[in-house]
Structure formats: C-alpha cells, structure tokens
Ligand binder design. Structure first.
Ligand code: FE2
Length: 349
C-alpha cells in the first residue's frame, strides 16, 4: 500500500538517525534522472530536520550499450559517476551520501568509502522501505553471525534438492548489511539484513541445484523446474536443466566474458521482515527486490565481480541467486538447517 510523503520523511529521519546524522554532519543526496523524486525529497527533508548541512549531487543517467533491462544490478562496474572526478570530490566531501542512483559495484564507490564517507543506498519502493525499516536489533543479529563467519575457514551447503557445494574461506572479508551506515567508510543498503563473504579464489567446488521456488536475480523470476549448476575451481562449468537453464546459459554467454562464471559473494539471509513471496507482488521495474536477497534463512549465492573486496574479477554480469531449504555449515557446524537459522543463537529472530 502507498506510504505518505510525511511518513516517508519520518522513516528517513529514523534511518538517518541510526546512521549517526546530526547537526555536525554534511549529507549529500546523490540522484539521477531515474531516481524516485519522493525518496530524494524525503532524504533531503529528513537530513535538514536533523540539522545536517544538506546538498544534492545530480548526474545524468548512463546507459551502457550492452546493458539489458532496467534493473541496476544487471550491469556492474560503470555508473553515471564514472570519470566525473569533480562530482566524486563533491561526494567525498560529505559525511554521509544517500545514494538514490546506485553506485554499487563501481570503483568510484570504493574510492569514496576509503575517504571515510559513509554511503546509504535507498532505491527500493517506499512500501518496501517501510516494511523493512532497519533496527538496532537487526544490527546485533547480523553482527553476531558475522563474528562466526569471520572465523570460518570453510563453508558447505547441501539441500534435499541435491545441492552439495563447498569452498574455503579467509581470503576475503566478511561484509554485513543491516540497513544503516553508522561507521566511517561504511556502505549499507536500506532495506537489507544479511551477510556474506567470498570463497577463496579457485576453491568453490560441487553442485548447486536450484529447486522450484528459488529465485534468479536480476531476472526476478521464481524457478519453475530444477536446474543444476556444476562448479569447479571457483567457476560454473556447466548449467543444465530445462528452459530456465537454457535461458541462464544464453544470458551469461551474451557477455562474452569467461569471468561471468566466477563465484561471487555467498552468505545467508537474516531478515524476518523480508519475504520470499514479495517479488511476486511487484513489477520488475519497481526496484531490485531486496526481499529476495535478505529473507530469513536463504542461502544467497552469486556470480561475477569481486572487485569491491579487492579481487581482480571486473565483469558486468552479476547474478544473485537465493536458494531455500538449504543446510549451511561453517567448519562443519550448522548455521542454517533446512532454510532455518540455527546458530549463532544471537543471530536468530
Ligand atoms: Fe549481489
């Protein structure tokens, strides 16, 4: 249901307060032609009500000729900020950027964060922002799981559908998303509530079987028939099944880049207010469907780039694939069993 402008501003006040915005802070609202004007206005109004110094940075939209579709996760790397040093400096001057445009997966975002500037991405529809308002409790639960993931040296994922996947961990950091940006240099995304890391290069092995009801992003489709991904030495080597496997094979081949088959971030969802069913109630261009990435107990597996944690795979194609009903074990100890979070206790909702 629609959220009123007044309520949206109040929501931004709460999330910006969680993000440590006050009268000592400067807040830049980053926008482009396609930004939701209601979100831009609410972010500006809320930051001003909190006494911050507020300014807007507006960049012309950028469309890569190879990009397909409107989902902003479907083409990674280049953004409207690419090559615009003056705008980058204006953003680096802020304490916090509210990103209504989407800098994710760009080298410029990493450079801005390194200056200590915080970034909060907010591109989902107001209804989704309202339903998945972040809380301090979300942060506590996600951080509890992150403490366990940071110590892990291996991950194994199995399921009744037939998944049998493993990788070693430790080469790359653990990343948390709890919905607000409250530390210097922190990037976060409202709404979220999950965590992830990346397999050590070349270590991901085994089989992932996508079952009926699992989700393919950015296609925003529920899988209707089983599909098998065979993974060797950190790369998907074979994709088989029916029509949906053929579709995925053709989509990934379109990029003509062997790096698209690399395994990217892997982790699990911890957000009980995110819903597996929500995607079916939205149009494809409503947003990027964070419900699917964050819903409680999903195993989120992905492909493609790893540049945001210092890896060398810069590739535009990025698939996020949440699987239901999996067992996830770290160093042989379960954290998720049959799609339910079992440990650490402090991470359970
Ligand atoms: Fe992703």
């Amino acid at each position: 249901m629609p959220v009123s402008d007044r309520e949206l501003t109040q929501m931004f006040e709460r999330v910006l307060t969680l993000s440590k915005v006050d009268k000592t802070q400067s807040v830049a609202v980053l926008k482009s032609d396609y930004s939701n004007p209601r979100i831009v206005r609410a972010a500006m109004d809320a930051a001003q009500r909190l006494g911050a110094n507020v300014y807007g940075v507006e960049l012309p939209a950028f469309n890569h000729p190879r990009a397909m579709g409107m989902d902003m996760t479907a083409y990674c790397g280049d953004t409207p900020l690419t090559g615009n040093i003056a705008a980058q400096r204006a953003l680096e001057a802020a304490d916090l950027i509210v990103d209504t445009m989407m800098l994710l997966h760009s080298p410029e975002q990493e450079q801005i964060l390194k200056t200590g500037t915080r970034i909060l991405l907010a591109v989902e529809p107001p209804e989704v922002l309202a339903r998945i308002m972040p809380t301090e409790e979300d942060k506590i639960r996600v951080n509890a799981a992150a403490e366990r993931l940071k110590r892990a040296r291996s991950i194994a994922v199995t399921s009744k559908a037939g998944s049998d996947f493993r990788a070693t961990l430790g080469q790359y950091p653990t990343v948390t998303e709890y919905g607000f940006a409250d530390e210097p240099g922190r990037w976060d995304h409202w709404p979220s509530g999950f965590l992830f890391s990346w397999p050590d290069e070349g270590s991901a092995e085994g089989t992932l079987v996508l079952d009926v009801g699992d989700i393919l992003l950015p296609f925003k489709t529920y899988v209707r028939e089983k599909m098998t991904l065979e993974i060797e030495e950190g790369f998907i080597r074979r994709i088989h099944g029916g029509f949906e496997a053929e579709y995925l094979r053709d989509y990934m081949a379109y990029f003509k880049d062997p790096e698209v088959y690399g395994i990217s971030h892997i982790g699990w969802g911890l957000q009980p207010r995110a819903q597996w069913t929500a995607m079916g109630l939205h149009d494809k261009n409503d947003g990027m469907c964070m419900d699917a990435r964050a819903f409680y107990g999903n195993f989120l597996f992905s492909t493609g780039p790893n540049t945001e944690v210092g890896g060398s795979r810069k590739t535009p194609c990025h698939m996020d694939i949440p699987l239901r009903g999996c067992d996830i074990l770290l160093d042989g100890e379960p954290v998720v069993l049959a799609g339910d979070v079992v440990a650490p206790e402090a991470s359970r909702a």
